[in-house]
Design a protein around this ligand. Structure first.
Ligand code: PMP
Length: 298
C-alpha cells in the first residue's frame, strides 16, 4: 500500500505518498503508542468528521499523549488532504503516534506525530447484495476488561486481537469474527458493533469495554426514527438463538446484515433492509451500478 501516487498529510504538510515514512525505532512500532481513526468520504464530504477528529484527540489522551492540534485543525487538515487527492467516495485514515525521539518503555520525551491518508473507496455492494448477509465465527480471543486495557481508545494495540481473530475466521471460510468480552458477553466484531432483532426490538450490547461506535449511535437514532425500541444491555451468546435478524455497524461496515454467527443463524429481513436504506440515504449514497457489476463479476 506504500507504492502509489497521492499525497499524505504528515506533521503539517502534504508529502508524496511514497515519502510518508517513519524510522524503525518509532516508539509506536515497538510499544503500540498509536491511535487512529477510520472515516468515510461520501460525495466529497467526510461523514461525521468532527466526531472522528474529537475521538482521535480523546483516544490519544487515554493513552497519555497529546495531539498537538485542535479539533478544528484536524478537521481542516483532513479536508485539505481529501481535496488534494480529489477523493469523491473514499476512506480517510488519520493516525497519531509517539515518534523515534526516545527509545524505551518510558517515552516522556517523544513527540506526537500526525498523518492523514485518504484513498478512493466506492461502495461496491448494492442493498440487495448486502441483504444476503455475512457469516461470522466466534473468536477464542476476548475483549479485555477496562482495567486491563484502554478499551475506550481507538488504540492500535487493541487491534492485535482483531487481526488474529479475523485471520482465523477467514482461514475457516468466514467473513469476520465476533468477539465476546472477558465476562463471556457478546461484545463486537473485529471492526464493527453488533445489533440483534429479538421479539421486534433491537438489542445491542452495552459498550462498556469496546468502542461506542459513531455509526452505532447514528443507527440507534435511525432505528428510533423508524419507531423501533432499542435496548442496550448485557447479551449472553446463547441468547443469539432468540434473534431473528442481526447486523453490524461501523464506518467501513456501514450497516452490514449477518446471516450466521457460529451455530446461530439469522435471516436479514425488513429491519436490516430499512436500516441499510436509511443509512445510505443519510450519508447521501448514490449507487454506482458499473462498480457493483464489476465487483460481483470478480
Ligand atoms: N469496534 C471496532 C473494534 C472498530 O474498529 C470500529 C470501527 N472504528 C467500530 C467498533 C465502529 O466504530 P465507528 O462506527 O465509529 O466506525
Amino acid at each position: 500500500f506504500d507504492d502509489r501516487d497521492g499525497l499524505i498529510w504528515h506533521d503539517g504538510k502534504l508529502v508524496d505518498w511514497r515519502d510518508a515514512k517513519v524510522h524503525v525505532l518509532t516508539h509506536a512500532l515497538h510499544y503500540a503508542s498509536a491511535v487512529f481513526e477510520g472515516e468515510r468520504v461520501y460525495a466529497g464530504n467526510v461523514f461525521k468528521l468532527r466526531e472522528h477528529s474529537q475521538r482521535l484527540i480523546d483516544s490519544a489522551k487515554e493513552l497519555g499523549f497529546e495531539i498537538p492540534m485542535t479539533v478544528e485543525e484536524i478537521d481542516a487538515a483532513t479536508i485539505e488532504t481529501v481535496k488534494a487527492n480529489n477523493i469523491v467516495d473514499g476512506y480517510v485514515r488519520p493516525i497519531a503516534w509517539r515518534g523515534s525521539e526516545q527509545m524505551g518503555v518510558s517515552a516522556q520525551q517523544t513527540k506526537t506525530h500526525v498523518a492523514i491518508a485518504t484513498w478512493p473507496w466506492p461502495s461496491y455492494f448494492s442493498p440487495e447484495a448486502r441483504l444476503r448477509g455475512i457469516r461470522l465465527a466466534i473468536s477464542d480471543w476476548r475483549r479485555p476488561d477496562p482495567r486491563t486495557a484502554p478499551v475506550k481508545s481507538k488504540a492500535a494495540g487493541l487491534y492485535m486481537i482483531c487481526t488474529m481473530s479475523k485471520h482465523k475466521a477467514e482461514n475457516e471460510g468466514y467473513d469476520d469474527a465476533l468477539l465476546l468480552d472477558w465476562r463471556g458477553q457478546v461484545a463486537e466484531a473485529t471492526g464493527a458493533n453488533i445489533f440483534f432483532l429479538m421479539n421486534g426490538d433491537l438489542h445491542t450490547p452495552t459498550p462498556d469495554c469496546f468502542l461506542d461506535g459513531i455509526t452505532r449511535r447514528t443507527v440507534i437514532e435511525l432505528a428510533k426514527k423508524r419507531g423501533l425500541k432499542v435496548v442496550e444491555r448485557k447479551i449472553m451468546p446463547e441468547e443469539m438463538a432468540d434473534a431473528t435478524e442481526c447486523f453490524l455497524t461501523g464506518t467501513a461496515a456501514e450497516v452490514t446484515p449477518v446471516r450466521e454467527i457460529g451455530p446461530y443463524s439469522f435471516t436479514p429481513g425488513d429491519v436490516c433492509k430499512a436500516l441499510v436504506e436509511d443509512y445510505d440515504a443519510l450519508v447521501g449514497r448514490t449507487h454506482d451500478k458499473a462498480a457493483s457489476a464489476r465487483h460481483s463479476a470478480a
